[in-house]
Design a binder for this molecule. Structure first.
Ligand SMILES: [Fe+2]
Length: 189
């Protein structure tokens, strides 16, 4: 299902990442990812984020939080329709991942003192309607929606990683870890 399309898209995205080498090398010798089962510790230095490009970081975190929130609502809508079908467990598993992502961005919102978008109520409804609507088209409709969303997310995180690397990869090391993790997660779905 989505894995095939994501896997096909992965090389292009990875190529476009270019020489991205911040933090410790990941399992591919390239991405600074945590070991499997090890959660990311945000702001592990114990320092409040300072000396950052606040407008840029606020915009990035706010948009990402809205995206993760919307993704959660999409899966909620899909589960409402297909939860008891044979694909229910797969959708639930993907939703669980998105819940984890949303939690990370909730943490980032607090750490960087970013307010959520005022459009959150809209994404609440729109995400659920999109998820339920795609699920009403059947399993293929739901998966097509997932693939489209995940590809969009991959492009989005890829762009943000480039922005932060161009600004200062050392300064934004922890954010880059989160974004790289999210990017890899979206490619695997
Ligand atoms: Fe996500």
């Amino acid at each position: 299902m989505a894995a095939g399309a994501a896997a096909a898209a992965a090389p292009a995205v990875r190529r476009s990442l270019g020489p991205l080498r911040c933090g410790a090398a990941g399992p591919r010798g390239r991405w600074p990812l945590p070991a499997p089962g090890v959660s990311l510790r945000l702001c592990s230095t114990g320092r409040a984020p300072g000396d950052i490009n606040k407008p840029v970081i606020e915009r990035i975190i706010r948009v990402d939080h809205a995206g993760e929130y919307g993704a959660n609502r999409i899966y909620a809508g899909q589960m409402a329709v297909l939860g008891r079908s044979s694909v229910g467990p797969v959708i639930q598993q993907m939703w669980n991942q998105e819940k984890d992502h949303l939690k990370k961005f909730n943490d980032l919102m607090v750490a960087y003192r970013v307010r959520p978008t005022v459009l959150l109520p809209f994404w609440n409804v729109a995400g659920f309607v999109l998820g339920a609507g795609s699920a009403l088209l059947g399993r293929k409709g739901a998966m097509a929606c997932t693939v489209a969303v995940e590809e969009s997310i991959s492009d989005h995180y890829n762009s943000q990683i480039r922005t932060l690397v161009e600004q200062d990869p050392e300064k934004y090391k922890e954010l880059l870890q989160v974004f790289n993790y999210e990017l890899k997660s979206s490619l695997m779905n």
